[in-house]
Design a binder for this molecule. Structure first.
Ligand SMILES: Cc1cc2nc3c(=O)[nH]c(=O)nc-3n(C[C@H](O)[C@H](O)[C@H](O)COP(=O)(O)O)c2cc1C
Length: 198
């Protein structure tokens, strides 16, 4: 079984990536008790060329996409039946997800149109804003909507909606204990629910 983290920040190794790593670290630290044998993997969208969906309809005829860009490599990676969980981490841009996250989610319609291949995959969301209350929860909701459309099983952090980080924390994003705790709890919840699927 595998849990994949998608990092949808255009910046490599910054606050969004950091929070995703904390979340998946927690998944692995629970692996002896909750989710033995669960592997984690990160797909970093930074630097990948993934355009928006152009609605050509090619994916209605099979697991394929007409656009010759980096999404092609993700089609086979994400079609892996061992994937039982997907955590999407995105920065908050203008009160919602990054365009990288949106392009990724729109293009993921190929999985829905070919037998709902994400159905019953456990989904969770982490967001990072420059402000403490800059739209993190709204952004989580927006990603949840896409996950619902895939018929995924959505989890939060066990208390609230998922991971909500603050990159401009006075102690730096590495000092954002509240955000880190929410990301870790989201990882724990993910491990908990994925382990029920054994
Ligand atoms: C175009 C743009 C729009 C942004 N909009 C918001 C916003 O609405 N709310 C917020 O809290 N932060 C906003 N930010 C700040 C980012 O969410 C923040 O810097 C985040 O940490 C970026 O993630 P990164 O460290 O992975 O690059 C925005 C940043 C950019 C570049």
């Amino acid at each position: 079984m595998k849990i994949v983290g998608i990092c949808a920040s255009p910046r490599r190794n910054q606050s969004t990536s950091f929070l995703l790593q904390k979340c998946l670290e927690e998944v692995r630290s629970n692996s002896s008790t909750l989710a033995k044998g669960i592997e984690t993997e990160i797909i970093d969208l930074a630097g990948l060329d993934i355009g928006g969906c152009i609605a050509c309809g090619k994916c209605k005829e099979g697991v394929q996409c007409s656009q010759d860009d980096d999404f092609q490599q993700l089609i086979s990676r994400l079609g892996d039946p061992l994937i039982k969980g997907l955590v999407l981490a995105t920065p908050v841009y203008m009160g919602s997800m990054s365009s990288q996250a949106k392009a990724f989610l729109d293009r993921s319609v190929v999985f829905r149109r070919n037998g709902f291949l994400f159905k019953n995959i456990v989904g969770a969301v982490l967001t990072v804003g420059g402000s403490r209350n800059g739209g993190q929860e709204l952004t989580i909701q927006a990603v949840h909507a896409a996950m619902m459309i895939h018929d995924m099983i959505i989890v939060g952090d066990g208390h609230h909606f998922g991971g909500t980080g603050w990159s401009n924390h006075p102690d730096g994003y590495e000092g954002d204990e509240e955000g880190i705790t929410a990301a870790r709890l989201t990882g724990r919840r993910m491990a908990e629910v994925v382990s029920l699927m054994r």
